[in-house]
Ligand binder design. Structure first.
Ligand code: ANZ
Ligand code: ZN
Length: 953
């Protein structure tokens, strides 16, 4: 046999596949369908780099495996081609964006084809093709019809250099993410899509889809569903009560007795002229409000910045639970467009309020106590009586050393001084008395009351549950003068002075450890659930239970809110879909009649946005001035275009029927390809699991409601991959010019090697560094596979050979690993198999063909060639996926313990009597071993046959 020559094999099969339409998907078959999807690329001028193709390769493997399993597979590709980089390039060079896009997509297509992906190229789509964006515009008109598209004055983040409105996530530290220019605020009329109307369903329906858990969490966080209560606070000014109340939104109504002030967002409508004129420090307040205007929400809510705000002097609010007067503040940590734009602040239980109250010396009142099981007594019994007590615990510091006092009890426990607070006694009074009674010390200084915990448990001797409200007091002795104290107490315990550094080791009770920890860390803000204290008749109630009771008590209303905002759907730019509406002085906003779609982008000379911030389209009189479709009077076209996200919100639907001119896709095709649950498997970048995913789910649900698509969710399954980074750990980027062109690699190593390497280089869901040296291993592997063909015979021994057994184990592993996207371990198991085959005396032809079949999705060209050499008449891609024979694995397996420096780190299952070399390789590829080795190189590897392998580093 000749040597392995990828340069001959790869183009040959690519041509053949093209000619025979091997991968085109048709609906005229009885095979079950399978729709595999990747995010379609943005065709940038820099071309495809090796990082782009990680997802493509992975889903290509899935698509090819499914074909072999007998599915009718759709694996499509297209171009998400509207957007700023192309437009900016056009501005710089004067080239038409359309031309630029054509050049870029031609380049991308060529690059992708060279990789042998099994795309159905006949379905290629391009979002900038008028035949495509006609339907993007059509869907917009449906939104408009249903009042889900509307215009609204918005304060937007404006980049004065790029002359474009930015979404919040495009602003980084107050600057434009693209060019770094300081972002300004601007008021602009914007088109909005009412995604919030779908918030509940977008959240709820995540239960029904098979997304990676982390993706569901990201979606949920973005939607930000929050169940809380709205409560009205009365406002007074010099004894008079305003007619208007201030409504706050809170998720913790149980903490209301601790609300010591309220805060309004600077934009809150209560801050009207009249109110501002009333307050005693109105100049200061107005100055503050003006200053906040240019901050982004992200800056305003940053937890690491010092909180700012001003009090509205003279104005007070009435806490509806305590009926006490509390102060009213304006502060920018409260956002106008979340909840009601106003809060009740509970500094003892909310970190932000705590920081604010500390800064402005506002009272902090604890109303929730951590609920702690007391050590040394039993679990509470639900059928026993509970006695409530108030007790004090004293953290008593030595007068000169950093030492604290503990009482060593006869039962072995070490306690802080403490005891019950008697009727009419204060916590401090009780502390003083307890210290004297138990130690005789008389002179001490009280530092502060720290906070209260509630300890509970069951005391069998007394046959009651006890529930101690335990105030922690910090005090320091002034001197060592001791008074006379009772002999009885003296005998009870021994006094210990323990250094603060060691104290935790001496404490024997959980609630004491909790107290000490909070004291040491200075934490006085407790944000979890617990037991209510200082809360009138609700004291003693559990916080969850108190939420409802208190809501009723103060006349509040349960209310669900969402963090999700409506979607700003305008861009004042050229290279996007024109929003298909016409403005008429008589008729107002008039949709472009559907028969007139698409509203095509006109050719322009200058792509620069105007300085007034309007789109370049505004300058083209011949395009802008039209007749009103309703009254035929003079009217003007909308000059805003849609954001990048528009075309990608429905592209996967178009693939099912890409040439349709009557509809965005025929419902028959949609029903066929989406089936009952949508796209079968969608893989994409981690960076798109929030916005793109959410937007496309929203569009899909909307189309579902109108009856245009058969499923309520677009994607049955969604996974994501980690980025491939340059070898220095940075992102591949155009500006750095560090992207690696796959074609350069293909020339030297071949597409199959590149594909294998991409899958082998590390766990698929994690970021990995590109390393050119890493290509050598996969290349050698493929050469080995090629050489093995030379020793294939039809000879078949009576008993299955070791190689046959290993093959079946490998089939199983590759099958399972591929489904779980553990491509790296699938590849390594095939490498082991190849080594064993090469070392064997001969390889049975059937075994070899099976091996080629499981390798084919990873390395389609070489396997296609070898398959035909082995006599295959049809493409290996439809040759069937081999099954493994369980019988060949059972009695021949053994478990090997993998140790690193004598510590057990993993277990691997191997063939009994497998070669030492193979076992070493398997052990070194095991995830846990890789993790534990970090990057240390093994010094020695000891193998105890069929039992254990110890890696010494
Ligand atoms: C009192 C309180 C006490 C709160 C407590 C929390 C803890 P999520 O869960 O994110 O919905 N909040 C309400 N509206 C706000 C706004 N416009 N800007 C900033 N903060 C706002 O958060 C709800 C909580 O965030 C609310 O519950 C409110 O503070 C605050 F121990 O009210 B809470
Ligand atoms: Zn009109």
């Amino acid at each position: 046999m000749k040597d392995y020559d990828h340069k001959k094999i790869e183009p040959k099969w690519q041509k053949e596949w093209d000619k025979k339409k091997t991968y085109s998907a048709s609906t005229k078959t009885d095979k079950p369908k399978y729709y595999a999807l990747i995010e379609f690329p943005y065709p940038s001028g820099a071309g495809l780099h090796v990082g782009h193709i990680r997802s493509n390769t992975a889903m290509d493997i899935i698509a090819r495996k499914r074909r072999a399993e007998g599915f009718n597979v759709l694996y499509p590709i297209g171009w998400d081609a509207f957007g700023l980089p192309t437009e900016n390039y056009a501005i710089k060079t004067g080239k038409q964006p359309e031309k630029v896009t054509k050049e870029n997509t031609d380049m991308f297509r060529k690059q992708l084809k060279a990789l042998g992906f099994s795309f159905d190229w006949s379905r290629e789509i391009n979002t900038t093709d008028p035949k495509y964006y006609k339907w993007t515009q059509w869907i917009f008109l449906q939104f408009l019809k249903k009042n889900l598209a509307y215009k609204k004055k918005m304060t937007i983040n404006w980049c004065p250099k790029d002359k474009i409105g930015l979404a919040n996530e495009e602003v980084v530290n107050g600057a434009c993410e693209r060019c770094g220019t300081q972002v300004e605020k601007q008021e602009k009329e914007q088109w909005m899509l009412a995604i919030t109307k779908y918030a509940e369903r977008l959240n709820k329906d995540l239960d029904s889809v098979n997304y990676l858990e982390k993706i569901k969490i990201q979606q949920r966080n973005w939607i930000g569903k929050s169940e809380g209560t709205e409560i009205n606070f009365k406002i007074t000014f010099e004894g008079r009560t305003f007619a208007d109340t201030v409504k706050v939104f809170t998720t913790r109504p149980d903490t209301i007795f601790g609300a010591t002030y309220i805060v309004l967002a600077p934009e809150h409508p209560f801050l009207s002229r009249t109110v501002l004129d009333m307050v005693k420090n109105s100049t200061e307040v107005e100055k503050y409000i003006n200053k906040v205007k240019n901050k982004t929400d992200i800056e305003r809510t940053a937890t690491d910045k010092e909180k700012t705000g001003v009090e509205l002097r003279g104005i007070k609010a009435i806490n509806p639970a305590t009926k006490e007067e509390i102060s009213v503040w304006v502060a920018d940590y409260i956002l106008a467009n979340y909840g009601t734009g106003a809060i009740m602040a509970v500094p003892a239980h909310d970190e932000r309020d705590y920081a604010f109250a500390n800064r402005f010396s506002i009272p902090i009142k604890q109303v929730i106590a951590p609920y702690i099981r007391m050590t040394g007594i039993a679990e509470p019994c639900s059928n026993k009586k509970t006695t409530f007590r108030k007790v004090v615990t004293v953290i008593l510091k030595h007068y000169s050393n950093d030492e604290y006092l503990l009482l060593k009890q006869k039962d072995g426990q070490n306690d802080f001084v403490g005891g019950g607070i008697e009727e009419g006694e204060s916590a401090i009074g009780a502390a003083l008395r307890e210290v004297f009674e138990e130690t005789g010390y008389t002179n001490m200084e009280f530092k502060k009351e720290l906070f209260t915990v509630v300890g509970h448990g069951f005391k069998p001797k007394k046959d009651v549950n006890c529930c101690d409200e335990d105030v922690v007091v910090l005090a320091q002795l002034k001197n060592e003068i001791q008074g006379e104290f009772s002999e009885e107490n003296k005998g009870q315990h021994e006094v210990l002075w323990v250094s603060g550094l060691n104290l935790l080791n001496h404490l024997t009770k959980d609630h004491h450890r909790f107290m000490w920890n909070s004291y040491v860390t200075g934490t006085r803000c407790f944000t979890q659930n617990g037991t209510l204290i200082n809360s009138g008749k609700f004291s003693g109630v559990e916080s969850e239970k108190a939420k409802q009771e208190i809501t009723t008590f103060v006349g509040g209303k349960m209310k669900t809110t969402f963090k999700l905002r409506d979607w700003i759907f305008s861009r004042q730019r050229y290279w996007g879909e024109p929003i298909p509406v016409i403005h008429c002085a008589e008729c107002g906003i008039v949709p472009v009649p559907e028969k007139d779609l698409p509203v095509k982008l006109p050719k322009v000379k200058n792509y620069k946005p105007t300085d007034s911030g309007e789109s370049p389209l505004a300058n083209i009189a011949s395009w802008v001035n039209v007749k009103c479709p309703q009254c035929k009077g003079k009217a003007k076209r909308e000059t805003d275009t849609m954001p990048n996200w528009a075309g990608s919100s429905w592209y996967f639907l178009r693939y099912t029927d890409p040439k349709n001119i009557k509809a965005f896709a025929d419902i028959k095709n949609l029903k066929y390809w989406l089936g009952s649950s949508g796209v079968d498997w969608y893989n994409g970048g981690n960076e798109h699991t929030t916005l793109h995913l959410l937007y496309s789910r929203f569009w899909h649900k909307f189309l579902f409601d109108l009856g245009f698509v058969p499923t309520s969710e677009p994607y049955a399954k969604r996974t994501s991959h980690g980025l491939i980074l340059a070898d220095d750990g940075t992102k591949f980027s155009k500006s750095k010019g560090n992207g690696i062109d796959p074609q350069d690699i293909i020339k030297i190593f071949g597409a199959d090697t590149l594909r294998m390497y991409e899958m082998f280089m590390g766990p698929f869901d994690q970021a990995v560094l590109w390393n050119n040296d890493g290509l050598v291993g996969p290349r050698r592997f493929l050469e080995k596979v090629w050489r093995i063909a030379g020793k294939v015979t039809t000879q078949k021994p009576k008993d299955p050979s070791l190689v046959t057994k290993l093959l079946h184990r490998t089939i199983k592993k590759v099958s399972e690993d591929t489904e779980e996207m553990r491509f790296n371990t699938a590849v390594s198991s095939m490498m082991i198999l190849a080594t064993e085959m090469e070392n064997a005396n001969f390889v049975n032809k059937e075994d070899y063909k099976n091996f080629l079949q499981i390798l084919a999705p990873f390395a389609p060209h070489i396997t296609e060639e070898l398959w035909s050499i082995m006599g295959g008449k049809k493409s290996i891609s439809i040759s069937s996926w081999p099954a493994w024979d369980e019988k060949l694995m059972v009695d021949t397996e053994t478990k090997i313990i993998v140790q690193i420096n004598g510590k057990v780190r993993a277990e691997i299952i191997v063939e009994v009597d497998a070669s030492e070399e193979a076992i070493k390789k398997l052990a070194l590829c095991h995830e846990a071993v890789i993790r534990n080795l970090a990057s240390l190189a093994p010094k020695k590897i000891i193998y105890v046959k069929n039992k254990l392998i110890n890696i010494v580093v």
